[in-house]
Structures are given as structure tokens and as C-alpha cells.
Ligand binder design. Structure first.
Ligand code: NAP
Length: 291
């Protein structure tokens, strides 16, 4: 087995970047993509274009897949000869999916004699291959440890989350939830700034400036949830009950869309009504638990 050989299935913007990173590190790279033309720039840099997905899998002991979604991934895995070619290989699935998608793919790989790792890339293509590129990984620990040198080419910020195949996808989902929640608030804030006649780019700069502090605050609230002690330590729930109501009232008066603040204020009102107003803001988790 030559551990400097790698196959990359899927040459969209992320898959092409991954293949290029391995080429740059001197790996012997075999590639395959549904639309073969996307392989041209990689072939020009030394990659080998396989004639079929099955040929591509056969070419290397390690196979990285990065396609649009699990529907696309499953379509490739169902292609003629692919399942048989997987026997004895390592399949690293870097396609974003749900925890159940990952568990199903893990079971599929094991049925066909392959070792399996699931990876959730938390960076854009041009951020790949950096010392801090964040990638969440899950799968059997021995398989992960053996694959570490290979995975190190993708970036130095790999976080191993354990043997449960769905773990990386689950943590990816949880972090995406944080990002989308923040993004919705940011968009509402941008509209407020615009309505008030501010330079919205200035708003962006101010928000970027508070993010490290906000990250520290979120870490504190996560520790509170884990400890189960919701006595006020940083931020009383009641402050947020009032703040979100103020954002909602201001939007109404200004004629700004109220969907986001109405949702936020409604959640905090429910928390207050449930008797959580006098606890740390992290006690909102109790409402989400349905207790
Ligand atoms: P992309 O540029 O849109 O490329 C999609 C890839 O999937 C192409 O190789 C495409 O093949 C293939 N594909 C789509 N449907 C297919 C099907 N039915 N059968 C076979 N192949 C199919 O996507 P990307 O940005 O590379 O993203 C790939 C994965 O990385 C996604 O799961 C994404 O969530 C994840 N990711 C991306 C980013 C990012 O910023 N780009 C960041 C983190 C994670 P064709 O060329 O033939 O269409």
C-alpha cells in the first residue's frame, strides 16, 4: 500500500481544491467527476483522470469524496463497480450531510469492507490547507489516527469528535445553527442601521469587533448549561426579555420587518412566563428541552 496515493471523487470548488492540495504535497492523485471537464486543470498539474468512479476507487488506498450532497454521494457509490472496489480501502466522506446520512454511509462502507471517516469542513475553499483550517472528524479512533497525516494536508485545525460516525455532522449542524441565528440578527441589525442612516459597512466593522468577546460569552453560557447551575453569573435572562421586546417595538415603529425580533422576543417572553427571568440567560435551554 502506498500512502502517498489518494483518490478524490467530486471536483466542484471544494473537491478541486482538495485535489490540488494533495498534488502540491507531491501525492499521486487520481480524480473523477461526473462532468469530466472539471478535471482538466488538475490533470494539467499532474493528476490522473480515471475513466469511471470504480476505476478511481481502485487506484488508491484512500478515497476522499466531496460532492454537493448525500444524494450525489449515494449516486456515485451506487455506480457500477464502486461498492466492489471499496473493499479494503479508506473512505473519507467530506460531503456535508445530516448525522443520519453519515451513519448510513458508515454502515454502507463497512458492508463493503471499507474503513470510514466522516468529515465536516468548516471553511471555504480558499481557506483550506492552512494551519488552522477547521475540519470536524468522526469515525473509529484507530482509523482516524492512521489517517491523520493524510488529513493534515487539508488543514491543521482538525477536531476529532469520537467513534460515532454521525458526530462530525451533528456538531457541524450545531455550529451552523449558531451561525444562522447570528446571521439573522445581523441582517435585522443591518436594516436598522440602514434605516437610521448609518454607513452599513461601519456597522459590519463594529459587529466584527465585538465577535471575539461574544465568542467568550457563548463559551461561558455553554459551561453554565453543562454545569446545570443557572444562578445569575454574567447575564440575567430578564435583560434579554426586555432587550428583544425593545428591538421588536422599535422595528414596529420604524416599519421594519418584525419577523426576526418577534421570534426572539416571543421566545424570551415564554422563558419569562416559565419563571426563568431571574436566572442566567443560558436557562433558555430549559425551554428548548420542553421541561
Ligand atoms: P460544487 O462546487 O457545487 O460542486 C458540486 C459537486 O457535486 C460537483 O463535483 C458535481 O459534479 C457533484 N454533483 C452534484 N450532483 C451530483 C450527482 N447527482 N451525481 C454526481 N455528482 C454530482 O460544491 P462544493 O462547493 O465543491 O461543495 C462540495 C461539498 O463541500 C458540499 O457538501 C458542501 O456543503 C461542502 N462544503 C463546501 C464549502 C464551500 O465553501 N464551497 C464549505 C464547506 C463545506 P458536476 O461537476 O458534474 O456537476
Amino acid at each position: 500500500m502506498n500512502d502517498r496515493q489518494i483518490t478524490v471523487l467530486g471536483l466542484g470548488s471544494m473537491g478541486s481544491t482538495i485535489a490540488r492540495l494533495y498534488l502540491d504535497q507531491g501525492y499521486q492523485v487520481t480524480v473523477w467527476n461526473r462532468s469530466a471537464d472539471k478535471a482538466e486543470p488538475l490533470v494539467a498539474r499532474g493528476a490522473t483522470l480515471a475513466r469511471s468512479a470504480a476505476d478511481a476507487v481502485r487506484a488508491s488506498p484512500g478515497v476522499l469524496m466531496c460532492v454537493y450532497d448525500y444524494r450525489a454521494a449515494d449516486a456515485i457509490l451506487a455506480m457500477e463497480g464502486v461498492a466492489a472496489a471499496m473493499d479494503g480501502r479508506l473512505l473519507v466522506q467530506l460531503t456535508t450531510g445530516s448525522p443520519q446520512d453519515a451513519r448510513d454511509a458508515d454502515a454502507w462502507a463497512k458492508r463493503h469492507g471499507a474503513r470510514y471517516l466522516e468529515g465536516a469542513i468548516q471553511a471555504a475553499p480558499d481557506q483550506m490547507g492552512q494551519p488552522d483550517t477547521p475540519i470536524l472528524m468522526s469515525g473509529a479512533e484507530a482509523v482516524f489516527r492512521a489517517a491523520e497525516p493524510l488529513l493534515g494536508v487539508l488543514g491543521g485545525g482538525t477536531v476529532y469528535l469520537g467513534a460515532e460516525a454521525g458526530a462530525a455532522a451533528a456538531m457541524d449542524l450545531a455550529t451552523l445553527s449558531t451561525i444562522y441565528g447570528t446571521l439573522l440578527g445581523f441582517m435585522h441589525g443591518a436594516r436598522v442601521a440602514e434605516h437610521e442612516g448609518f454607513d452599513v459597512a461601519e456597522f459590519g466593522r463594529i459587529v466584527a469587533g465585538i465577535m471575539p468577546t461574544f465568542g467568550g460569552f457563548l463559551q461561558h453560557e455553554a459551561r453554565v448549561i453543562q454545569s446545570g447551575d443557572f444562578a445569575i453569573s454574567q447575564s440575567p435572562m430578564r435583560i434579554s426579555v426586555e432587550a428583544t421586546q425593545r428591538i421588536l417595538d422599535t422595528a414596529r415603529q420604524a416599519g421594519i420587518d418584525t419577523e426576526f425580533p418577534a421570534f426572539a422576543a416571543g421566545l424570551f417572553r415564554r422563558a419569562d412566563a416559565a419563571g426563568l427571568g431571574g436566572e442566567e440567560i443560558a436557562a433558555l435551554i430549559k425551554l428548548l428541552r420542553g421541561a
